[in-house]
Design a protein around this ligand. Structure first.
Ligand code: Z5A
Ligand code: MG
Length: 217
């Protein structure tokens, strides 16, 4: 049982607007893959437990102020600090499931509409990170997402910001050459879970056929 050593693990990211159901679906996906006898590493960004993550947490809660470029680079650094762990897990045959990844990094910062903090500028620090084999984009309108328990009090949890984030996510999905799969996140939890498992299954099949882990370009 388990994944043969010769087959690498898969890098799976789950993205989308606030309240799209990313954390709910990541937990279910991890459990489903484990039931199949696979080893899984479950990560999330921001990872608020590291020193960099603590700075991000404090910023999001409004407890500290940071320049928009500086916080952008911290979000990216928070990914870079685990990049080598991701690579070694994948090489050892472990699947890595990530709750938000570089797409969130690019989209949220550029949605702030700060002069020169463009999508292009925001994308550069992500170049070289392990690229996902599949990114499940949970698609939901900001209005519908806002109805799910309402927004909290963190920095970006404002309707106007969420609308801009939604628009940028859609542009990214349209222009991306990555393995981005759009999933209707307005469906029932179980239905979204089923579709995700089906899409991930297809990706796992491609990987067992011998595709290598790529880097963000
Ligand atoms: N950010 C950034 O700026 N730059 C970066 O590089 C990164 C992130 C990585 C914190 O992220 C902020 O950081 C975020 C982006 C920014 N800003 N904002 N705003 P976070 O990941 O820590 O955020 P979070 O606190 O985990 O919330 P979330 O991700 O927005 O929620 P979610 O994970 O997508 O949803 P959920 O917790 O699974 O579900 C939300 C509720 O909906 C819950 O009550 C569920 O029971 C319910 N739910 C879930 N699925 C369904 C369905 N299908 N139907 C009905 N109800 C559902
Ligand atoms: Mg979440």
């Amino acid at each position: 049982l388990g994944t043969p050593q010769s087959v690498r693990g898969a890098l799976i990211a789950v993205e989308g607007l606030d309240r799209a159901g990313k954390s709910t679906q990541c937990a279910r996906l991890v459990e489903n893959l484990q039931k199949q006898g696979r080893n899984v590493l479950h990560l999330r960004f921001p990872d608020r437990s590291t020193p960099i993550g603590k700075m991000i947490d404090s910023y999001l809660k409004g407890e500290s102020q940071l320049d928009d470029h500086a916080i952008h680079l911290l979000f990216s650094a928070n990914r870079w600090e685990v990049a080598s762990n991701i690579k070694s897990a994948i090489a050892a045959g472990t699947d890595v499931v990530i709750d938000r990844y570089y797409y969130s990094g690019v989209v949220y910062s550029s949605a702030k509409e700060i002069p020169n903090l463009t999508v292009e500028w925001a994308s550069w620090p992500e170049v070289g990170l392990p690229r996902c084999d599949i990114c499940l984009f949970l698609s939901i309108s900001a209005k519908e997402a806002g109805q799910r328990g309402g927004y909290g009090s963190e920095k970006y949890e404002l309707r106007e910001m969420q609308d801009r984030v939604g628009k940028l996510f859609r542009e990214l999905v349209d222009n991306s050459q990555e393995d981005l799969v759009v999933i209707d996140a307005g469906k029932k939890v179980e239905e979204v879970e089923r579709i995700i498992l089906e899409k991930v299954g297809e990706s796992l099949k491609r990987i067992s056929g011998g595709t290598t882990l790529r880097e963000v370009t």
